[in-house]
Design a protein. Structure first.
Length: 149
């Protein structure tokens, strides 16, 4: 068996519209939305009575996707929206951007905030973590060497 590619990352949210708008503001494009329910999804995710909505967003190059899911049933446990970056589990998703200042400004207009500070890593990258809706942490990296990541 050989893995062909990473298909997507799934993020469960309460406010699907706000989470979708956040990623669209970042530059991903919405490729689809759909309700999801029935025995097949119950069996796949190991829950009973699933009723959910999903939105799929994709990077401009088409190589990275995020599935945003809002479960209407069954109800799940609440996560800590303010969990620090060193909390166990999936903690952040990273994106290469052309202009870090512009990306952060656009996300701030949607209510996002810096987790720490913008920092320069050697002469290679300008980096930061941004916390968006649902406590989602996104790492943004601007390549300062003039290369496209």
């Amino acid at each position: 068996m050989t893995i062909r590619r990473m298909d997507h990352v799934g993020i469960v949210v309460d406010d699907l519209a706000a989470a979708t708008a956040f990623f669209v503001e970042l530059g991903l494009r919405l490729t689809g939305e759909a309700p999801v329910e029935g025995g097949w999804v119950d069996r796949v995710v190991g829950l009973e009575g699933v009723r959910a909505e999903i939105a799929m967003v994709e990077t401009p190059d088409g190589h990275g996707r995020i599935e945003l899911t809002r479960f209407h049933a069954p109800s799940g446990g609440g996560g800590d929206r303010h969990a620090p970056a060193n909390t166990r589990g999936l903690r952040h998703v990273a994106f290469a951007v052309d202009d870090l200042d512009a990306a952060v400004a656009g996300l701030r207009s949607r209510g996002a905030e810096l987790v720490g500070e913008m920092e320069r890593y050697q002469d290679s990258y300008l980096l930061c973590y941004v916390r968006g809706p649902e406590g989602i942490i996104v790492e943004l990296a601007e390549d300062l060497r003039g290369l496209q990541a």
